[in-house]
Design a protein around this ligand. Structure first.
Ligand code: NAP
Length: 317
């Protein structure tokens, strides 16, 4: 089968299309014919082997995982001997972050615990946009407990992959949502359901008088002190990503119980919950750009520049 592979850490140009063995599913896995994938920050972090300390798990000198790609949607081609919930022909979506990546390929073997039937109303490309970003948004919003309808929630980075789902999910909990983004994206976050918008190019959300019960920071560019200043008494913050190692250390060392890091792990259960919200019309993936399979390096480069408007997807055909 065809796959994008890389042997050395570096920029997206390191990726090259190659002919590799088709994977064989283990007993608890299904073999998926990948029809669409989406690109995530995890892909470019792992491609570059950055931050450097992550190489302790990714591979010290060279990458352990030769094929990147965590989010996929496609059709079940074959099932392992122990699989009863899926059968060939099923349309599914899945996430491979905790299972060695491998999505930027014509076929992927997927453990059943990170796989769900695809929401019927979504195209394969739309479905591939969902798993990593929407589950991170969901688990980030729930990091300190279930969000309450009475809460004021602020989403920093509201037009990124994670943020665009977080705005919609926070609204589905009934919260009053403030979205932080740049000028060109204000209408987009309003269309996602935000009640209030903050343009970060002109306004510092942490400097105004407004306080929030919950902050989901998907950018990770603020200090713990800034986040705490913007919280109500008893308010909590959850941070999914960081703009520097110093910011990550700040949250780890000084965040305490109230400002916590999010480490998302996709599960079938969460994918099924997201499917329900999608089918109920409460959640819809926003697609910024579509790329063909051959242009995966360009798709990753585009995401890496840091200003994608929600998701970047790849059609594998
Ligand atoms: N912990 C986990 O398990 C986990 C899982 C998934 C993702 N992540 C991390 O979460 C972070 C977000 O991921 P993502 O997929 O959402 O990334 P993304 O799609 O690349 O985010 C891009 C968005 O960030 C916005 N942005 C950039 N600078 C900003 C600023 N100063 N203030 C507010 N918004 C700003 C951009 O809006 P403008 O164009 O308007 O600037 C753009 O819409 C990444 O660091 C990623 O590594 C962590």
């Amino acid at each position: 089968m065809k796959a994008f592979v890389y042997e050395k850490y570096g920029p997206p140009q390191r990726l090259r299309m190659a002919e590799v063995d088709k994977p064989a599913p283990n007993a608890d896995e299904v073999l998926v014919k990948v029809l669409a994938a989406s690109v995530n920050a995890a892909d470019w972090h792992v491609l570059r082997g950055k931050p450097l300390f992550s190489r302790a798990t990714l591979g010290l000198l060279r990458p352990k995982h030769k094929i990147l790609g965590v989010d996929i949607a496609g059709r079940v081609e074959a099932v392992g001997s122990g699989v009863t919930r899926f059968q060939p022909g099923d349309e599914v979506y899945a996430n491979l972050l905790d299972h060695g990546y491998g999505g930027f390929a014509e076929y992927a073997s997927v453990p059943v615990g990170v796989l769900s039937l695809k929401p019927a109303s979504l195209s394969f490309e739309e479905a591939a946009a969902v798993p990593m970003a929407a589950v991170t948004a969901l688990q980030g919003l729930r990091r300190h407990g279930e969000p309450q309808p009475t809460q004021r929630v602020l989403i920093n980075g509201a037009t990124g992959g994670v943020g665009s789902f977080a705005v919609q999910l926070a609204k589905s909990y009934g919260a009053e949502v403030t979205a932080v983004t740049s000028t060109r994206n204000l209408d987009l976050v309003r269309s996602l359901g935000a009640d209030h918008v903050v343009d970060y190019t002109t306004t510092d959300f942490a400097a105004g008088g407004r306080r929030y019960d919950l902050i989901l920071d998907t950018v990770g560019n603020r200090s713990v002190a800034d986040l705490k200043r913007a919280l109500t008494q008893g308010g909590k913050a959850a941070v999914t990503g960081f703009t520097s190692v110093a910011k990550l250390l700040g949250v780890s060392l000084r965040g305490g119980k109230d400002v916590a890091q999010v480490s998302a792990h996709v599960t079938t259960r969460d994918l099924e919950l997201l499917s329900e919200l999608i089918e109920a019309g409460k959640l819809h993936p926003q697609i910024d750009r579509h790329y063909p399979f051959a242009d995966i390096p360009a798709a990753i480069a585009y995401l890496e520049h840091g200003h994608a408007r929600a998701k970047v997807v790849v059609a594998m055909t």
